[in-house]
Ligand binder design. Structure first.
Ligand code: CA
Length: 226
């Protein structure tokens, strides 16, 4: 017996999400619910999912974006969307979905389709199950692998971020950053670091308003938390 398949449910309508979660759990799946793309990307950094059920009209984008996410890792994907026109369904399947069920839908059909997908579950290796190797830096392309995919950085952003990633988990004072990253021997009163962090967060954080990786530690400095 395979262990219960895990499902990432991405759906912003709360009532529908709750009903979906219950009915899918009854079928024997473990379900994690994400109400937008940011939460979904964050969940993908924590574990691998066997299946994804993706809404398309989300507050921060189209669920289709998750199909090409570098951390999808052999997840099968079913799109569940009110975008039901033929060209939308074709677009979803061509973008990498394994199935497409238009809303409104019947729970009986959803169950049958999930079970059909289940039969196609690929073999998963130990390597696949590993928590993804995020925060790899590529000095040749000045890119970093973040929960949002490979992100291109400016030379200064790259220097700043790699400095912090090398020291992950430890608090680095802003004085030290200005000295080591900017090469300032005197310490100007500057918002440079805050500005740079805002720019980087917009791209590497699943939710830049509530950063989980690049953190400001009030009164102490900056920490890369991963
Ligand atoms: Ca929606």
């Amino acid at each position: 017996m395979k262990p219960a398949a895990s499902i990432l449910l991405v759906e912003d309508e709360v009532n529908l999400a709750e009903t979906l979660q219950l009915s899918v759990q009854k079928l024997g799946y473990q379900v994690i619910w994400a109400k937008n793309l940011a939460e979904a990307r964050s969940e993908l950094t924590k574990k691998r999912f066997d299946l994804m059920i993706l809404d398309r009209n989300l507050p921060d984008g189209d669920g289709i974006e998750l199909l090409t996410h570098p951390l999808r890792k052999k997840s099968l994907a079913l799109i569940l969307s009110s975008k039901s026109a033929l060209q939308e369904r074709v677009k979803g399947l061509q973008a990498g979905a394994d199935d497409y069920l238009p809303k409104p839908f019947s729970y009986q059909e959803l169950a049958a389709r999930l079970q059909a997908l289940e039969r196609r579950r690929p073999e998963i290796s130990v390597e696949d199950e590993k928590v993804p190797d995020l925060w790899v830096m590529n000095p040749d392309t000045q890119q970093v692998l973040s929960p949002n995919g490979w992100i291109s950085l400016t030379p200064l952003e790259y220097k700043f971020l790699s400095y912090l990633i090398e020291r992950r988990g430890t608090i680095v004072s802003k004085d030290r950053l200005l000295k080591d990253v900017w090469g300032f021997s005197f310490l100007p009163k500057t918002r440079t670091i805050d500005y740079l962090m805002t720019q980087i967060r917009k791209r590497i954080e699943p939710n830049p308003e509530a950063p989980q990786f690049l953190l400001t530690i009030r009164g102490a400095g900056v920490k890369f938390n991963a």
